[in-house]
Design a protein around this ligand. Structure first.
Ligand code: PTJ
Length: 247
């Protein structure tokens, strides 16, 4: 993704500053909500405590996420305003490698922002983007936050939800879906209810899931073994211990 801002690569917090500018640019373009700025700040604090790196347990979760996407009947990658601003091309690539669909699904839903995000994903190479039909509902949520495409998230058996709100993550789980959650806070409700909680920055997590997917493609036995051996509680405990105890 091109960034207009000029951050010197020598700056010790180069990656973090670049990430912030992407979110700012997302708000300016009408892709990211203003609440997305607050969410990013919260995420940064956890990332700092994690050492701004993919810890081993997160790498295992990313491999399990890749295996789940590959072995799904119908996998969908949910895209919100923060994910679209930070990793649009990487999400398109992950969808291509795993055969998953892309669906724009927003917490603070407006038709205008959905269309802008869908355009943004198409500019980054997406051929089809779901989310505008909104003819399905997630039970147990109020009207606007419940809207999904019936033939998208509504029908999916596996859903990747980066930076999801806890309520919706819980409601999706109650629909019996395998939920893959990217969230830097291991104590967030989204991470706690996930089938596969990925405690890592979305900037690192998505390309790493794609790498694992390339490695696991065409090997159904390996995919099954990775899923069976993954322990969500252990991943959450490990991330929390890393944050509390330092790396
Ligand atoms: O675009 P919308 O309308 O769908 O809104 C998206 C946000 C993210 C604003 C909305 O879902 C929201 O308010 O989320 P929360 O409740 O603030 O939760 C966001 C979670 O994502 C927090 O637990 C953060 O720690 C985490 N987070 C923030 N930035 C990152 C992150 N996790 C991984 N990578 C990040 N870069």
């Amino acid at each position: 993704m091109s960034d207009d801002v000029d951050v010197p690569e020598s700056h010790p917090r180069y990656e973090s500053l670049l990430t912030r500018h992407r979110i700012e640019a997302g708000v300016d373009k009408g892709i990211t909500s203003r609440q997305g700025l607050i969410a990013q700040g919260r995420g940064e604090a956890y990332d700092y405590l994690l050492g701004e790196e993919t810890i081993e347990s997160a790498d295992r979760a990313e491999r399990a996420a890749a295996a789940s996407l590959l072995s799904a009947e119908h996998a969908v990658i949910s895209v919100n305003g923060n994910a679209a601003a930070l990793v649009p091309g990487e999400l398109v690539e992950l969808a291509e490698v795993t055969g998953a669909a892309l669906e724009v699904n927003l917490f603070n839903r407006t038709e205008e922002r959905i269309e802008r995000i869908a355009d943004h994903l198409r500019e980054h190479g997406a051929s089809e983007v779901k989310g505008l039909t909104a003819d399905g509902r997630i039970p147990g949520l109020d009207h606007e936050r419940a809207k999904v495409d019936a033939d998208g998230i509504g029908d999916a058996d596996v859903v990747l939800v980066p930076l999801e709100d806890g309520d919706r993550a819980e409601a999706l789980g109650e629909m019996g879906k395998t939920e893959l959650v990217v969230d830097l806070n291991p104590l967030s409700r989204s991470a706690q209810v996930a089938t596969v909680p990925i405690v890592d920055n979305i900037i690192r997590a998505i390309p790493n899931i794609t790498d694992h997917a390339r490695d696991l493609a065409d090997d159904a036995d390996a995919q099954r073994a990775v899923i069976e051996n993954f322990d969500a509680d252990a991943a959450l405990t490990d991330a929390e211990e890393t944050i509390r105890g330092g790396t």
